[in-house]
Design a protein around this ligand. Structure first.
Ligand code: GDP
Length: 373
C-alpha cells in the first residue's frame, strides 16, 4: 500500500484543487488574556461596601450579598453575619409588610403575584418576591420565584425577584430566606412576598417568618383534593379564591362562601383579626384591590394593638432556636468520626444486630467524647 506521505507529495506540485495546504496553528482553547483579566478582578467586597450598596438600594450588590448568604462556605459566614447584623438595624426601622403566599401548584400563585405585585408597586411600594422551595434541589432549578413566569414584575424597577435558595434542608433554606428578607428590607423593600407550595412543611416555615398569611385556593376542588391541610387554613389570615373569571365566577363565589364559613369555625386568632375569604382574578385584575385593602386593614390593626411587634419578637426567638438546632445537627452529621461510623451503625440496625435507640445513644456518646469545641 502506498504510504500516506507519498500520496500527498504527489499532489503537492500539481495544478489541482486537491492541494493539501499546511494547516494553521489552532488558537488555545482558553483565552490567554483571560488570566490577566481574572487577576485584575477586584477582590471580595468588604462588609462596609456591601452594606453601603444595600442601603443605597443597589440591586446588584443586594444580589451578591444574598448569594454570599446562600453560599454555605465557612469562610464567607463571618462576613455574611456582619452584613446581616448591620442590615437588621436598618430593617427594624421600617415597618415592612411580610406576606406569606401559598397554594398548590396551579393555584395561580405566579400569575397572582405578577398582577398583585404590579398593583403594589403602582401604589408606590417597593416589593421583594422571595420563595421557599425545598424541592428545588431535587428538581435542579426552582419552580418558585421563577422570573420567566413573572415577566412584567421582573422588569418593574420597584420589584426585586429572587428564586428560592436551592441547596440544603428545609431548615437551612428557610434560614437563608429569612436572612434575605432582612437584607431586602435594609435595601428599602417595604413589602416582602414569600412564596411557597402549600403541600408540605415549607408553608409552616413561611408562616414563621411572615406577618400575614395568604392562602390561594382554586374553586371547584375540595381542599382534600388540593392537598391543603386543615392546619394551613387555620393559620391563614385571608383565603383568596383564584381564577374568578369567565365561567368560573359562580363557582368561585360559592367556594368563597364555603371557606368564609369554615374560617368562622376556627377559634379566634391571637391577633384579634378575623380571617376571611375573597375572590380574585389575576387575568382580569379583579378583586385585587379588595385583597390589598384587607391587608392594609390587618396591618393597621396589628400595628395598633402591638401584635405585629410581639409576633416579630417571637419569630426572632423561634429562629434563634431553629439556628441552634440546625447547627447542632450539622456539627453531629459533619463530624468526621460520625460520618465514618454512621454507615456501620446503620447496617447493624438494619441487620437487627443493634437496637435503634441503643445504637443512637452509643454513637452520640462517642460523638460527645470526640467532639472539639
Ligand atoms: P402556580 O403554579 O400556583 O404558580 O400557578 P400559575 O400562576 O402558574 O397558574 C396556573 C395556570 O392557571 C396558568 O395556566 C395560568 O394561566 C392560569 N391562571 C392563573 N391565574 C388565572 C386567573 O386569574 N384566571 C384564569 N382564567 N386563569 C388563571
Amino acid at each position: 500500500m502506498e504510504k500516506q506521505g507519498d500520496f500527498f507529495d504527489d499532489y503537492k506540485n500539481d495544478d489541482t484543487a486537491l492541494i493539501v495546504n499546511e494547516g494553521v496553528e489552532q488558537p488555545p482553547v482558553v483565552n490567554p488574556y483571560l488570566s490577566r483579566f481574572l487577576k485584575k478582578r477586584p477582590t471580595q467586597m468588604s462588609a462596609d461596601q456591601f452594606v453601603e450598596g444595600i442601603f443605597a438600594g443597589n440591586t446588584t450588590i443586594l444580589s451578591q450579598a444574598i448569594t454570599l448568604i446562600e453560599n454555605s462556605l465557612p469562610e464567607n459566614r463571618a462576613l455574611a453575619q456582619t452584613i446581616i447584623q448591620r442590615c437588621q438595624e436598618r430593617s427594624n426601622q421600617i415597618k415592612s409588610m411580610r406576606i406569606g403566599i401559598t397554594g398548590v401548584p396551579g393555584a395561580g400563585k405566579s400569575t397572582f403575584i405578577e398582577a398583585f405585585g404590579g398593583l403594589l408597586t403602582s401604589k408606590g411600594h417597593k416589593l421583594a418576591v422571595l420563595a421557599i422551595d425545598p424541592s428545588s434541589e431535587k428538581s435542579k432549578g426552582s419552580i418558585l420565584g421563577d422570573k420567566t413566569r413573572m415577566e412584567t414584575l421582573c422588569n418593574d424597577p420597584k420589584a426585586f425577584i429572587r428564586p428560592s435558595p436551592s441547596a440544603g434542608s428545609l431548615g437551612g433554606v428557610a434560614r437563608k430566606t429569612r436572612e434575605t428578607v432582612i437584607l431586602c428590607e435594609a435595601a428599602g423593600y417595604d413589602v416582602i412576598f414569600i412564596e411557597t407550595v402549600g403541600v408540605g412543611q415549607s408553608e409552616i416555615a413561611v408562616h414563621s417568618m411572615s406577618d400575614f398569611f395568604l392562602l390561594l385556593m382554586l374553586s371547584g376542588a375540595g381542599d382534600d383534593l388540593q392537598g391543603i391541610k386543615r392546619g394551613i387554613m387555620e393559620m391563614s389570615d385571608l383565603i383568596a379564591i383564584t381564577k374568578a373569571d369567565g365561567t368560573n365566577v359562580d363557582k368561585a363565589s360559592m367556594a368563597r362562601a364555603l371557606y368564609a364559613n369554615a374560617l368562622h369555625l376556627f377559634p379566634p386568632t391571637e391577633s384579634g383579626w378575623v380571617p376571611t375569604a375573597l375572590t380574585s382574578s389575576a387575568v382580569n385584575k379583579t378583586g385585587l384591590t379588595e385583597i390589598l385593602d384587607k391587608i392594609y386593614e390587618y396591618f393597621e390593626l396589628v400595628q395598633g394593638n402591638g401584635y405585629y411587634q410581639r409576633k416579630r419578637r417571637e419569630q426572632s426567638r423561634f429562629w434563634m432556636y431553629e439556628s441552634i438546632n440546625e447547627s447542632l445537627k450539622n456539627s453531629f452529621y459533619e463530624n468526621p468520626m460520625v460520618e465514618k461510623l454512621l454507615p456501620e451503625y446503620e447496617q447493624a440496625v438494619l441487620d437487627g444486630k443493634f437496637e435503634s435507640f441503643a445504637a443512637a445513644t452509643e454513637l452520640f456518646e462517642k460523638f460527645q467524647e470526640n467532639k472539639t469545641f
